[in-house]
Design a binder for this molecule. Structure first.
Ligand SMILES: C[S@@+](CC[C@H](N)C(=O)[O-])C[C@H]1O[C@@H](n2cnc3c(N)ncnc32)[C@H](O)[C@@H]1O
Length: 232
């Protein structure tokens, strides 16, 4: 697993037509690479203009496969492929109650909101106040008014809207925080980068009547989870 090389900040130059073309090309690439399979996630990725949720000096790099720095301490918007990488194994679908730990730019929450639709629910928690404000404004500007946004420690979950059908943790932990497992429905799924033997594995958890089933999807590289059950 390698680290990421982020291109230098620069004034944005691309038109919305150019971005629209890049978005479509990216979606086709995600399908060809095997990351993207479901029509609902595909439509959601086509509907959300990722460039509008990225700091202006990185806007031109919106569809590059690099995590881009955000306002706040160690916050990034994940690479474009990360979203289907997480949402496909989760089986995120219409009507789901979805919890995201790590709002970041708000892009993941916006894509999830498009997938679950108005009959579902998206709750997203961000620990860093600066990052939270950035993500909150992005979602407001894009017209997402019904996503529940919380500035706090997502490792504790958000019991007020639990139990959840699906939970996505977008920062790496050593063990999946117990409150998040508790707040998952029976039959629900959770996905998270987990630090194991010096690397990070993307781990999918299914909660059954008799306990949890765990599957490693692939190796990944994410910022560390903070807070009560975090690494730092
Ligand atoms: C990879 S970024 C998230 C990307 C985001 N989902 C997006 O689409 O832009 C991980 C985020 O998790 C946040 N974070 C770390 N620990 C957290 C915690 N305990 N609760 C909530 N957010 C946390 C970081 O501040 C960072 O913004």
């Amino acid at each position: 697993m390698r680290g990421w090389i982020v291109p230098p900040p620069k004034e944005p130059t691309k038109s919305s037509e150019a971005f629209g073309k890049e978005r479509e090309e990216k979606v086709n690439w995600l399908i060809r690479q095997g990351y993207l399979r479901s029509d609902r996630i595909k439509e959601a990725l086509l509907r959300v203009p990722r460039e509008d949720l990225i700091p202006p000096l990185y806007r031109d790099y919106a569809y590059l496969e690099v995590p881009i720095p955000l306002p706040g301490k160690e916050a990034t918007i994940s690479c474009p492929h990360s979203y289907p990488l997480f949402y496909e194994p989760l089986g995120l679908d219409r009507g789901h109650q979805f919890l995201e730990v790590g709002l970041g730019s708000g892009y993941g929450a916006a894509v999830a909101r498009e997938v679950v639709g108005p009959e579902g629910l998206v709750v997203s928690i961000e620990i860093d106040p600066l990052t939270f404000e950035f993500g909150r404004k992005n979602l407001k500007n894009r017209g997402y008014h019904d996503i529940i946004l919380v500035n706090g420690d997502g490792s504790l979950g958000y019991p007020a809207k639990s139990p959840y059908d699906r939970i996505s943790i977008t920062a790496a932990c050593i063990d999946v925080p117990p409150p998040l497992i508790e707040q998952l429905k029976i039959g629900g799924r959770l996905i998270s980068p987990v630090i194991e033997d010096g690397i990070q594995n993307l781990v999918l958890i299914e909660k059954g009547e008799k306990g949890i089933r765990r599957k490693v999807i692939c190796e990944v590289l994410y910022v560390f989870l903070r807070g009560m059950y975090g690494v730092i």
